[in-house]
Design a protein around this ligand. Structure first.
Ligand code: PLP
Length: 518
């Protein structure tokens, strides 16, 4: 492909994306395909001869879109958001086009230096303690990882390094292998599955401690577990506290956990993958009080801060432990980074790294702190609107206190109605929500995800939920349902509907009577 063709192709792709975004509200959020659908649409072998970009781009709508779950649709309310913003999309495109790998300062000085500066901007925007920043004299600093899962794992490896060194100093006669075999980690039963995975990958047993009635991990629970393990000769090493749990957006009590971890020399990692974005607004920062006790902190701008996947922002108080754990050249702790730039390859697992700081730079400049704060507040207000609908209808209940933009709700009574509601919602594919459980109670997680969401989308979702609840509680005879859905899916003008009803009723063997159409 030559440059002229690239110009045309690129511009056409941007136009396609703009149209895609403008039509997202009309596209069904959940695809209507069965496993294996793609095999019928594309050949089994790569083409022998080159095809034109027009043919390929044309097939995006024909082949790709039918199998797409539209994460940025305003009807997508599952999981947590996957951020999309135009400034970030363009930065991603530039980064791809430039195609540099910034694994050391020399391999592209701007990759490292922009990342250092952006992580400082972002850390200040969140109100993180100075020790985490790269602009202070100390060994702290920020780095962009690919995901929160990776950050949790990287934290574990740094913790392992720090504890092992400390124990070897304390007990010169113990072997490194013996020490490592005794290390143990803790998190709550509400932690993300990636925390369990970090323990597995890092060969460190991870205890899932019980959370309190608000789904938070408490200090007394942790202390009890640590002391019990110490009595049994184990070595407590790593704690992962969550701010904004995946299930219910609960916040572990950092103010209680922090001093215990510091006192016991246990590395405290804060996983704020989703909720961290909200700390750009001062009114949410009380939820992270105690963060000053943490050794590392991570959140995903790629979830709720308008930066496209991937971009996970991780800060550490003492980067020397990362460098120690990951540096295959083995420099020693006495080494100060003062006045130097970090070599980010020692702060991460892979060698290569993409130029992701560009996305942060574009987004922070084009929204400004105020724009980002407004965005968070707008989302939270929409969640409040949806919460209001649920609270005002006594067929439903809110399961846990609504924090940020996650509403956990269910139909009152045993789980069967909520199960049926979920089944109906997913079968109709009008909105995407997912199930979770709290103390044996099945509930629905409703998250305001898309940056396109407006008040009318909350109304739409509520209407969809409320009507399905009506169907469950006041079922209409099966035949009437068939008639109604036939009418609903028909594109006939209103004048023909009366005839259609008549025909359908004959077809379904029903007597003529006015159908209930709400
Ligand atoms: C989403 C989420 C994760 C996983 O994030 P990735 O960036 O996909 O690895 C981890 N922890 C919590 C609390 C999350 O909400």
């Amino acid at each position: 492909m030559d440059t002229d063709e690239f110009r045309e192709f690129g511009k056409a792709a941007v136009d396609y994306l703009a149209d895609y975004t403008d039509t997202l509200r009309e596209r069904p959020v959940i695809p209507n395909v069965e496993p294996g659908y793609l095999g019928r649409l594309i050949p089994d072998e790569a083409p022998e001869k080159p095809e034109s970009w027009q043919e390929v781009l044309g097939d995006v709508e024909r082949v790709i879109m039918p199998g797409m779950t539209h994460w940025n649709s305003p009807q997508f309310h599952g999981y947590f958001p996957s951020a999309v913003s135009y400034p970030s999309v363009v930065a991603e495109m530039l980064s791809a086009g430039i195609g540099c790998l910034g694994f050391s300062w020399m391999t592209s000085p701007v990759c490292t230096e922009l990342e250092v500066t952006m992580m400082n901007w972002l850390g200040k925007m969140l109100g993180l303690p100075e020790q985490f920043l790269n602009c202070t004299k100390g060994p702290g600093g920020g780095v962009i990882q690919s995901s929160a899962s990776v950050a949790t794992f990287v934290g574990l490896l740094a913790a392992k390094e720090r504890t092992t060194r400390r124990m070897m100093k304390l007990h010169p006669d113990w072997s490194e292998a013996d020490i490592k075999a005794k290390l143990i980690a803790y998190t709550s039963d509400q932690a993300n599955s990636s925390v369990e995975k970090a323990g597995l990958l890092g060969s460190m047993p991870m205890r899932h401690l019980p959370s309190d009635e608000h789904c938070r991990l408490r200090g007394s629970t942790l202390l009890e577990a640590i002391e019990k393990d110490e009595r049994e000769g184990l070595i407590p090493c790593y704690v992962v506290a969550t701010l904004g749990t995946t299930g219910t957006c609960a916040h572990d009590c950092l103010e209680e956990l922090g001093p215990i971890c510091n006192d016991k020399n246990v590395w405290l990692h804060v996983d704020a993958a989703y909720a961290g974005a909200a700390f750009v607004c001062p009114e949410f920062r009380h939820l992270m009080s105690g963060v000053e006790f943490a050794d590392s902190f991570d959140f995903n701008p790629h979830k709720w801060l308008l930066v496209n996947f991937d971009c996970s922002a991780m800060w550490v108080k003492d980067s020397r432990y990362l460098v120690e754990a990951f540096n295959v050249d083995r420099i020693y702790l006495a080494h100060e980074k003062e006045g130097q730039q970090p070599d980010y390859r020692h702060w991460q697992i892979p060698l290569g790294r993409r130029f992701r700081a560009l996305k942060l730079w574009f987004v922070m400049r084009m929204y400004g702190v105020q724009g980002l704060q407004n965005y968070i507040r707008h989302t939270v207000n929409l969640a409040k609107q949806f919460e209001g609908y649920i609270r005002n209808d006594d067929r439903f209940e809110i399961v846990t206190e609504v924090t940020m933009a996650l509403v956990c709700f269910r139909m009152k009574g045993d789980n069967s109605n909520t199960r049926e509601l979920l089944d109906k919602l997913l079968a109709r594919r009008k909105i995407y929500v997912i199930a979770a459980t709290y103390r044996e109670k099945l509930f629905i997680r409703f998250v305001v995800c898309s940056s396109l969401c407006e008040a009318r989308d909350m109304e739409f979702a509520w209407k969809e939920v409320s009507e399905r609840a009506t169907e469950i509680l006041n079922p209409v005879p099966q035949q009437d349902v068939a008639v109604m859905s036939a009418i609903e899916s028909s594109k006939e003008p209103a004048t023909n509907i009366a005839t259609m009803i008549k025909d359908l009723k004959i077809e379904h063997g029903l007597k003529e009577k006015a159908p209930k159409i709400s």
